[in-house]
Design a protein around this ligand. Sequence first.
Ligand code: AMP
Ligand code: GLY
Length: 420
Amino acid sequence: MKILVIGSGGREHALLWKLSQSPKVTQLFVAPGNAGTAAVATNVQIGATEVARLVEFAIKETVDLTIVGPDNAIAVGVIDAFREKGLKVFGPTKAAGQIESSKSFAKEIMQAASVPTAKYQTFADYGTAWLYVQRQNLPIVVKADGLALGKGVFVCHTLEEAGNALQKLIPQGTVVIEEFLEGNEVSIHAICDEKSFVLFPPSRDHKTIGENSTGPNTGGMGVIAPVETPGTGLGVIANQIVAPVLATLKGSATFTGCLYPGLKMTKTGPYVLEFNARFGDPETEVYMRLLKTDLVDLIMAAVDNKLSTLSVEWHSGFVVDVVLAAEGYPGEYRRGDAIEGVQQASDIKGVVIFHGGTQSSGSDLITSGGRVLHITALGDTLQRALDTAYKAVALIHFQGMQYRRDIGVSELRAHRFSLI
Ligand code: AMP
Ligand code: GLY
């Protein structure tokens, strides 16, 4: 099979890495890819939202299957365009993808499906939003209604912070203001066809740039999997969150692809913070290492509406991802710095490195994005996986490199005896 992956981050590198292990694959393309993907696939210089050129390429190269990574590609209707031409493609239509691209649409669906989520209101002008914020408890959460690469959410601990967030977001469009939910975060991935879905093991992303949930939110600075969902089995999440939302979307916006609810495990059970309509990044980097089943079989089963006949298998143990980010990220960040030590770090047993924002410059590897590298490690315990990952991190260097040293630490503390 010839497979095309759309996107250019660590998520796409991880998908390609896993696809490259399938005996069913004859050729892999990625549009546009990065320096890391070039080692496992052919990088094609077409951007993720250049819909017409992507379709044209898939037809010309007789691509058998396309997997779409990023949210913005889904939001501009890449899946719809591929389907119109009769091409096999994994992901939701633009209409179904609104569950991610419009927070107000997601909230309406959750309300209709009776899915627990934070109380909220939507505002289009600063004056009314500011009056509302002043009457609420702190902390309070201010979000851009549309896509913002994980960076349009401000958890505000003071009124001043809330005012600043509103001043930043209101000129860009509608904002959603919602109550702050307390609890551990969990990422859920449901692979969905038109009739059924399968759940991946729960994982945990670490969203803020700083340790201990400090500093602004990023696209994600590190992931551990699997994690427990105390008091709530996966069955509850399937029956009370995923299934009702899929049922509500059925019809004009039937969802297929990867539905990824971000949850908060509150004292009163799981609440949905947001829905994503795609694979998580960096969750995918971890999932692809844990997944035992051939990814081609899984994706083809979803595309052909045969998921209910597939049993998905996972490796035992734990996988972690520590993200190495460029100086300045998640704001304006440095680019063009030489990266050293990737080969030595990759040689450590249990380590696989996925590239995010990297580029080749002659024989050198240089930084070209905010999240530069994903250092993933497998271990039979969480502690061992983390030790291995951080050993690899210590061998890598680029100017201004930032990473969190506390990935998985709260989970280790909570389960001191079972995971070490
Ligand atoms: P979102 O893109 O909506 O998932 O928000 C990004 C991150 O902001 C989440 O992963 C949480 O860490 C935080 N966040 C968003 N909404 C809330 C909320 N209502 N309560 C607490 N934290 C939140
Ligand atoms: N892990 C965060 C995201 O993919 O949105």
